[in-house]
Design a protein around this ligand. Structure first.
Ligand SMILES: Cc1cc2nc3c(=O)[nH]c(=O)nc-3n(C[C@H](O)[C@H](O)[C@H](O)COP(=O)(O)OP(=O)(O)OC[C@H]3O[C@@H](n4cnc5c(N)ncnc54)[C@H](O)[C@@H]3O)c2cc1C
Length: 490
């Protein structure tokens, strides 16, 4: 009797989502006693996607994410698995101070309801309307957006309904720009911020939810000792790229794994009872399963032959562009004390910038001694034209907006511009219904899986959480399928 050949899985794309899925899959297969081979196909010359830490002389910059909240167990499990727990770098306490641009002036965002009432963030009438949230009844159709897209409320509509128009414009609009580079009037609350829907559904309102959660924390003896529900922004001593280095090392030292860079996948197909993965100079297979972890726009192209339904749904997930302008200054050139996380800019201020991170105040060792590093974001879903500006014009616009806000004199010592043409997936209304349609179609193609920031959360944390879930599903598929493709390959 022929000895059973190992099961084979292809992972398309080596961003954090694909790499984490590969490592989780290898671990789970070993635990389940499955003999497995995993190949990751990454288009770039380096793996990691948006997670890359750059060095500009003594400056340390991030290509994409600056950090993650330390509240997602899946990320922390991965960090420990990779032996990186000793390398975690929490943000400084100063990051509690966050600022908004209101009528051309920086205002600190209050962190307690009492401070909020005292603040100059919004007029008294708007504060009263905010307090009235307690009286707003919950919607009856919460949690149905996947089945009934007509109930899929935008972030802005939710804000206006529960918290008032001023809060929606002053707080929610810039928050959505800061997180998604998106427009709060065009993003689905249920898809982008599912927790908000849960809080309204389970507690009847946000203030009621806050009170209930505070009571629970007190009961559990956690009051005042934890960092709140959202956790502490965290990176690594050598930047976010360290997570990728850890993942790559785990694959490189595992004889069951292969990581191919410079391998752009253009086609995934199913033929002869197995999956195949091809690019312009390679055609590999058979595979028992394929995890497509490329952004939805790329997966749409790769999966066109497998299913027009997948293609149609994937191609309709829009992405917002974003320019990152990193500026390094002599400390003395910036008058503002920069004691804080940074600033966000509501749309009604009509600026080109979306926001600015005071990076060297957030994390240690990002700027050389006596210097400060600012990371400015421009563009976003509503302002794609900014990315067309040449470097000089982009820096000019950035400086003209920043100088009066932070009291900047002179020119930056270091400038680095990164243009993300398709930075962040936009979870528009109908996104959850689209995911349901994708799931129905994937069920017709056993062995094909989608993961990554295009679907169930744009953050690094979401990618890590989904990487565990997809690894579980692949192992279950392999256990059920019995390794047919691998046997046929013999
Ligand atoms: C400017 C910016 C700031 C951000 N800040 C934060 C933050 O502070 N915190 C946070 O949690 N998240 C942040 N994010 C989001 C974060 O970057 C994503 O969560 C994460 O990078 C998504 O990982 P991914 O693997 O799904 O996709 P990506 O990082 O986009 O990786 C996709 C990979 O697919 C590869 N690929 C594409 N096409 C093909 C192909 N045809 N064949 C093979 N490979 C292919 C690409 O080369 C890439 O390596 C930010 C994003 C941006 C753009």
């Amino acid at each position: 009797m022929a000895e059973r050949a190992p099961r084979r899985v292809a992972v398309v794309a080596g961003g954090v989502a694909g790499l984490a899925a590969a490592v989780n899959l290898l671990d789970r297969a070993a635990a389940a006693g499955l003999d497995l081979r995993v190949t990751v196909f990454e288009k770039g010359t380096d793996p990691g996607g948006n997670l890359q830490t750059l060095r500009e002389g003594p400056w340390q910059l991030e290509w994409g994410p600056n950090g993650f909240l330390n509240s997602e167990p899946a990320t922390l499990r991965l960090v420990c698995r990779l032996g990186l727990d000793g390398e975690l770098l929490p943000s400084s306490d100063a990051t509690r101070h966050r600022f908004l641009l209101i009528d051309g002036r920086l205002q600190e965002i209050p962190t307690s309801p009492k401070a909020f009432l005292k603040s100059k963030l919004m007029p008294t009438g708007a504060k009263l309307r905010l307090a009235g949230e307690l009286l707003v009844p919950p919607r009856k159709d919460l949690g149905r957006a996947a089945e009934d897209p007509a109930t899929d409320e935008t972030v802005d509509a939710f804000g206006r309904r529960r918290l008032g128009a001023a809060f929606a414009e002053i707080m929610l609009d810039p928050m959505v720009k800061g997180v998604f580079g998106g427009n709060s009037r065009k993003l689905s609350l249920a898809a982008a911020f599912p927790r908000m829907v849960e809080l309204e559904r389970d507690h009847g309102g946000l203030f009621k939810a806050m009170a209930a959660l505070a009571r629970r924390r007190r009961r559990e003896g956690k009051a005042g000792t934890d960092a709140g529900p959202s956790g502490v922004l965290t990176s690594f001593n050598r930047g976010m790229g360290q997570l990728i280095d850890g993942l790559v090392h785990a694959l490189a030292t595992d004889p069951r794994a292969e990581l191919r860079t410079g391998a752009a996948v253009s086609r995934v197909t199913f033929a002869g009872g197995a999956w195949h993965v091809a690019g312009h100079d390679f055609d590999r297979g058979p595979y028992d399963a394929v995890i497509d972890a490329a952004p939805a726009h790329a997966a749409a192209v790769q999966l066109r032959e497998v299913s027009p339904v997948l293609h149609e749904n994937l191609v309709r997930i829009p992405f917002a562009p974003m320019a990152v302008i990193a500026l390094g200054f002599d400390r003395a050139a910036v008058k503002h004390d920069l004691q804080g996380f940074g600033l966000l800019i509501p749309s009604r201020e009509q600026r080109e910038l979306l926001g600015v991170l005071w990076t060297s105040s957030i994390f240690a060792r990002r700027a050389p001694e006596g210097r400060v590093l600012l990371t400015c974001m421009a563009g976003g879903a509503d302002n794609p034209g900014v990315l067309e500006l040449d470097d000089e014009a982009l820096v000019g616009v950035t400086l003209s907006e920043l100088r009066p806000l932070l009291g900047i004199k002179g020119t930056p010592e270091m400038v680095r511009i990164i243009r993300h043409q398709r930075a962040i997936a936009q979870y528009v209304p109908g996104h959850l219904a689209r995911l349901a349609a994708l799931d129905r179609e994937l069920a017709r193609h056993p062995g094909l899986f989608l993961t990554g920031a295009s679907y169930r959360g744009i953050s690094v944390n979401s990618c890590c959480k989904e990487a565990e879930a997809v690894a579980d599903r692949v192992v279950a598929h392999l256990a059920a399928a019995g390794g047919r493709a691998s046997l046929e390959a013999m």
